[in-house]
Design a protein around this ligand. Sequence first.
Ligand code: GDD
Length: 342
Amino acid sequence: MKLALITGITGQDGSYLADYLLTNDYEVHGVVRRTSSLERSRLAHLFKNPDIYNKRLFLHYADLEDITALRRIFLGIQADELYHLAGQSHVGLSFPMAEMTCDLTAIGTLRLLEIMRDMPGKPRLFHPSSSEIFGQPKSFPQNEDTPYLPTSPYGCAKAFATQIVKVYRDCYGLFACNGIMYNHESPRRGENFVSRKICRAAAAIKLGLQSKLVLGNLDAERDWGYAPDYVRGMWLSLQQQKADDYLFATGETHSVRELVDLAFNAMDLKWESYVELDTTLFRPSEPLRLVGNASKAKHELGWMPSCSFQELINLITRTEFDSLQQLGSERPLSGGIAFNRT
Ligand code: GDD
């Protein structure tokens, strides 16, 4: 049985990756931050399974800044594969929280590579890079050779982390891969990312739980895919003979406005009656359009995206509708759903 260690296991990608690896007979260890809340809802289905939790799925406490605790966990587990998914992943919030973002995402990755260098049996490392490293690209679609031109503290931190992974691979022979991930969404997406925010609002408005949706830039265009596909790409990257970098994207681009239109259509609503713009939600700078060419991953890994943009937005909106309806019937919401200001 192979052993995998996941930092950021409680996030969208971490939880899908845990599902995927457990289905493929791995023993999975996750690093979690200690918080006062024990709610880890994306893993709830695994905690409930007596054959899985504390049998093939184990959690360990450590912060990314706590190097001694991390080192101890890494040495104790001696994993075959390490998926480093933890970090501050909200691009907008990286402007007010620039130092924290760079410390966790850039220096945090470097610290992890340093721990790996000292390990006797070195695990294979997957690092999730981001299309944000391309910022305002000069070519469309982007590929693994497109120059980095990040436009946010988050993009700068990811550019550093991506490059340092390559440097450690070349200098120290570590099996370390970057996956350049374009936006990937699902019903497990955090509520302050635009897909979930919009789909949740459309469902809540339909159910009379919310009256309006406040958004920022509707003209931004992104390449949005389905998160479980991207998690499969992470695993495939680590099963190759040689470590390399791969870009994961659908190759299609859509605007935030199109996303709003699809989500509200799925609820038979006209979005123009409910959406308000708030300039404070516009970012100081951001990529206006990102679209990726995943040919290398398709040819070398056999990777393919499985879900169209419309199917994805329908899935998130309908899942949201069902869970809000259930919540509403069990526990009526008094003040409605709070407006999300990120
Ligand atoms: N979050 C948010 N909230 N975004 C909004 C809003 C809003 O109210 N209104 C408009 N947007 C626009 C943003 O300006 C951006 O252009 C787009 O919606 C997508 O925003 P997010 O869903 O927050 O994702 P992101 O593209 O900034 O970053 C995501 O994808 C990256 C890969 O390309 C994150 O998952 C990153 O961690 C990831 O690296």
